[in-house]
Design a protein around this ligand. Structure first.
Ligand code: C6P
Length: 411
């Protein structure tokens, strides 16, 4: 999107600042993205004009807030091509969405002898909830291995055939790895799981703001994502679930908003989505997320994906020339998203991040909530650069130049 770079950057107020004397180069987008003016304005407009509680009042403001909140639900359904807005549950983010499925569907459906399958590249948010619920129910947790050295780092698809036994009740996997950058073949994985009789959950935290996503084409049963990684506000996210599954799932949190009738000793529940949204939701967040989805679709998600890949390819080409570097994930730009993790033999990731910050460059260093994967790869931590719609090729060049200076200093 080179011709529109300047216009896109103009839309993001936070980009226009200096860190010390250097212009900010924000390359920590896998952690969270910045927000365009359209999203900030939607939040402000809501609080200035419509602020009220939803589904509870008959006054004008409450009706406006309810309309805005429900319009956001319909927008989210359209954004991922869900059949019905009732399949969209608003949550705090991908983490809460996955916990909802584990606690509600998992507690009701898993038994000793059952298996939950995840992969070795899962973020802790798509691993620990399954550890907990399999331990509680007596079910077993199994992992699809990550294979291939630096140039591959993909899932072992042969092992998947062996692992998808009739005991597997659910296969939960990330669409794009936040550490490796690997894009998993989500539709094919869902088809294989379905053929084996298993449900599927896609962790779309790293893909939702970067690629076109269609839950019906993917054939998944659940899909989880966060608003803040797609130019939307923090504190809002979505769980998509197939209607029939959601209707059969018990509530996981209880309170106002999700009940039909309450007696002193017993209650009945509303259907989805209200059943899973106890208490006052993040109304402003949902309205801000609506604005973010409109913003991204106006740019065009195929164009966003192409931009990510072009930047990742440029970064890969420049960084692999650096001495002693190990870059994780696939080399083929078609197989990776806009996230690049790397490690140097002699310089710790935290030193890289601290020194790059002095050049105004925001990176992330650490285990990226992938501790078991890091252990498997024999790395204590990596440095990660992750790109979004407002990043430019010149920023990638500045990153490479900064890394050269840092390496020179340390060696
Ligand atoms: N990854 C990163 O810097 P929340 O925190 O709920 O918005 O998203 C959790 C999550 C789930 N799955 C994947 C693949 C993720 O990357 C993340 C968040 C951030 O990589 C914070 S650790």
């Amino acid at each position: 999107m080179p011709d529109t770079h300047a216009r896109i950057r103009h839309d993001f107020p936070a980009l226009h600042q200096q860190i010390g004397r250097k212009p900010l180069i924000y390359l920590d987008n896998a952690a969270t993205t910045h927000k365009p003016r359209a999203v900030i304005d939607a939040l402000t407009r809501y609080y200035e004009r419509d602020n009220s509680n939803v589904h509870r009042g008959l006054h004008a403001l409450s009706m406006r807030a309810t309309d805005g909140y429900e319009a956001a639900r319909a927008r989210a359904a359209a954004y991922i091509n869900a059949a019905d807005p009732a399949e969209i549950i608003f949550t705090r983010g991908a983490t809460e969405s996955i916990n909802l499925v584990a606690q509600s569907w998992g507690a009701a459906n898993l038994r000793p002898g059952d298996t939950v399958l995840v992969t070795e590249m899962e973020h802790h948010s798509n691993l620990v909830p399954w550890q907990l619920i399999t331990q509680r129910t007596g079910a077993t947790l199994r992992l699809v291995p990550v294979v291939g050295e630096n140039a591959v780092h993909g899932l072992d698809l042969d092992a998947l055939d062996r692992l998808l036994t009739p005991q597997v009740k659910l296969f939960a996997f990330t669409h794009i790895s936040n550490t490796l950058g690997t894009i998993n073949p989500a539709a094919a994985l869902c088809a294989r799981a379905r053929a084996a009789g298993a449900l599927t959950l896609i962790d779309a935290a790293q893909s939702i703001g970067h690629e076109p996503l269609d839950v019906r084409a993917l054939g998944c049963d659940f899909l989880a994502f966060s608003g803040h990684k797609m130019a939307g506000p923090t504190g809002i996210g979505v769980l998509y679930g197939r209607r029939a599954l959601l209707d059969a799932m018990p509530p996981w949190q209880t309170g106002g908003g999700m009940i039909n009738t309450v007696e002193y000793t017993a209650s009945t529940w509303k259907p989805a989505p209200e059943r899973f949204e106890a208490g006052t939701p993040d109304i402003a967040g949902a309205i801000g997320l609506h604005a973010a989805m409109d913003y991204l679709d106006a740019l065009g998600r195929p164009a966003i994906a192409a931009h990510d890949r072009a930047l990742a390819a440029r970064c890969h080409a420049l960084l692999r020339e650096l001495p002693g570097i190990r870059i994780l994930g696939p080399v083929d730009p078609e197989k990776r998203g806009g996230t690049l993790s790397f490690a140097f033999e002699r310089v710790h990731a935290h030193d890289i991040v601290t020194f790059a910050d002095q050049d105004g460059i925001a990176l992330r260093g650490g285990h990226h909530c992938n501790q078991p994967l890091m252990k498997k790869l024999g790395l204590p931590s990596t440095t990660r650069a992750s790109f979004y719609i407002y990043n430019t090729p010149e920023e990638i060049d500045a990153l490479a130049a900064s890394l050269r200076r840092i390496l020179k200093f340390f060696t």
